[in-house]
Design a protein. Structure first.
Length: 403
């Protein structure tokens, strides 16, 4: 006895084509539009059925923005004179209906097996990511499925996500306002993850320079020891403002340069990586170059000098215009101190080359012109015969040789 499958095939329009050439999102659009076509047909339907089909099509179209702008559930309820609950229930019904077709469990509609396999494969692949930022979702779609998120119909991506119960949520914390996360793990505790994201951001923002994952985990778990380590690591990798930094065999995390809170923090990051005293004008120039490359509208100005003066994390090399970090033990002395300490170290008159060569051994980047200017400061040093220099405190000893 032959059994005929009388169900409507929502993929009949592509059955003779290369199915593998279609992306999951293309296939969702094809199925949706074929289903809409079925809803529009009045043949064999009662008047009440025609009205119900019209209603469900309008709700789906307006909610996802298919061939129109997208509306919220509340807006749809107002536009269609329905309750918000009615709209919500119809959307749930549609998603369950669509999923039953993919799983070949629907009594009225079907799709060909190849289409079902492609959509199911998509579900299996994205579920491995668990939680993704929008940018990382974009990369995953492109790398795994060849889908360019910038050139797809986002309304059908939303349909696909809802059918597969992939949730998109945005945290309300001010620090995370530019983030939106895709939860492919149905069991993921969204609120818990957002709390972890907030703590991760606060720690990394405060650190200013790159931090190891272990230090981030310790900080976050001091707030709540039950926070899972794997979610803390996911937060580090998915928060848009945070980037990975490779350091030998360690992966570290830091705020992206353009997301640092101000020019002072940017100067700290820049000097920390350079590891040497740099002229203020050069610091400002380099900060603005990095900001320009990242397409940030932020800019550093000459007022940065006032900020550095009042912050004990920074130290100036006398009046040379060069700035460094106070934490550089042994390197944070002023150029006046460098010259004076050199003379004290040898405890005798030294010529210019002897002084400079000793200083440059420890501080190869020190500006020679600035040292030369400082050495002729008569309030601190005196020149004696043989082109040598002494501390002014030694003048009585070498008074016959002072020039």
């Amino acid at each position: 006895m032959t059994i005929f499958d009388l169900r409507i095939d929502l993929t009949s329009s592509i059955c003779n084509q290369n199915i593998q050439s279609f992306s999951p999102i293309d296939l969702i659009e094809i199925i949706c539009r074929e289903y809409f076509s079925c809803l529009d047909k009045p043949i064999g339907k009662t008047d009440s059925k025609i009205e119900r089909d019209k209603e469900i099509k309008q709700i789906i179209s307006k909610y996802y923005g298919i061939d129109c702008r997208a509306y919220s559930k509340e807006e749809i309820a107002l536009l269609m004179d329905k309750t918000k609950e009615r709209v919500r229930q119809q959307l749930i019904k549609f998603n369950k209906f669509f999923y039953s077709i993919i799983k070949d469990e629907n009594h009225d509609y079907k799709i060909i097996n190849e289409v079902s396999d492609i959509i199911t494969n998509f579900q299996n692949e994205v579920s491995q990511f668990r939680i993704l930022s929008q940018n990382n979702l974009k990369e995953a779609l492109l790398n795994k499925f060849g889908i360019d998120k910038d050139n797809i119909k986002k309304e059908f991506l939303s349909v696909l996500f809802d059918i597969l119960e992939i949730r998109e949520r945005a945290p309300i914390a001010h620090h995370l306002k530019n983030n939106s996360f895709i939860f492919t793990d149905k069991k993921a505790d969204i609120e818990l993850f957002f709390k972890i994201c907030y703590l991760v951001y606060i720690f990394i923002e405060k650190s200013k320079i790159a931090s190891e994952l272990e230090d981030i985990i310790i900080y976050v778990k001091r707030s709540n020891q039950k926070f899972p380590n794997d979610l803390i690591e996911i937060a580090c990798n998915q928060i848009e403002e945070i980037e990975q930094v490779s350091n030998v065999d360690k992966i570290k995390y830091q705020l992206k340069f353009e997301n640092l809170s101000g020019a002072k923090d940017m100067a700290y990051r820049f000097l920390s990586y350079k590891g040497e005293f740099i002229k203020l004008a050069e610091i400002i120039k380099e900060i603005n170059h990095i900001l320009h490359k990242s397409k940030s509208k932020k800019r550093a100005t000459k007022t940065l000098a006032n900020q550095l003066v009042t912050d004990d994390k920074f130290v100036a090399q006398g009046k040379s215009g060069y700035w460094g970090l106070t934490e550089w033990a042994g390197n944070n002395e002023s150029m006046f101190d460098s010259i004076s300490n050199t003379l004290l170290h040898f405890n005798k008159p030294l010529n210019k080359n002897e002084i400079f060569n000793h200083i440059i051994k420890d501080r190869p980047k020190v500006p020679i012109k600035s040292l030369d200017t400082i050495l002729y400061d008569k309030t601190r040093y005196s020149k004696i015969s043989n082109n040598c220099f002494i501390l002014n405190a030694w003048r009585d000893i070498y008074k016959t040789k002072v020039i």
